[in-house]
Design a protein around this ligand. Sequence first.
Ligand code: SF4
Ligand code: SF4
Length: 299
Amino acid sequence: NKRREADAPGVWERIKDHPCYSEEAHHYFARMHVAVAPGCNIQCNYCNRKYDCSNESRPGVVSNRLTPEGAVEKVRDVAARMPQLSVVGVAGPGDGLFQADRTLRTFELLRREMPDLTLCLSTNGLALPDHIDALKALDIGHVTITINYLDPEIGAEIHPWVFHNHRRWRGVEAARILHERQMEGLERATAAGVLVKVNSVLIPGINDDHMAEVNRAVRARGAFLHNVMPLISDPAHGTVFGLDGRRGPTPAELHVVRESLSNDARLMKHCRQCRADAVGMLGEDQCQTVHAGGGCGSA
Ligand code: SF4
Ligand code: SF4
């Protein structure tokens, strides 16, 4: 049944030991996110700065999150304690490709020292077209792109600005740039043989009616999985500051949208929307909530 859902040839073989994609594997294998990516090149209105994207993680501001060398040391420690560790991902707390040198250096060091690890990257996609060759060279087999819209008018309600080509773009123009770069990155990554999952944050009243269109577009460009995640708007986790009090979908609303998409959406029902420094077996850490966006959301 899982084989049927992951229908592209060879995909099941490539995901069966990945705890995020295989419901069986998530009982036996562990994953770890290393928070080496402090900055972000876009703004998502749902991004929860209180927990993850602090003001210090805006473009051009240096942060002293984990260094690539520090990340490798942490992975080494965890792997010594946790033999089930099979996947290491960069999922924020900002965008993994905004300061790409940090992420690529981390992958390079990990690849050298622990060649059997599966390496994953999460990104909002803005910088993805510029790094396909580097990711391929490091054998990064899994990439997640967060894509919330196709229509820039809708995108502008979710992402108020992007930082691209040394300047900040706003509104519909910004959303158009992000959309074009996401589609280009997705097409080129899948053409290069990378398994690409697309995450979408479901925001009732903004992109819920648009999700089927997003699903068709990303599947047509080779995404092997489309994971629709609920907007998290629990006041306990901070305000969803740019969305004017928008709430997340109810479980029933989420179910209706997921069921309306091609059936691969079911594969990711156990996704925990883990934070950028989550470690362990899925479900064993208390990491649900924070980073619904370009970070993982999901490695
Ligand atoms: Fe950037 Fe992710 Fe925050 Fe969006 S959710 S602003 S992509 S760090
Ligand atoms: Fe896996 Fe989802 Fe957690 Fe990412 S957020 S590590 S895809 S369960």
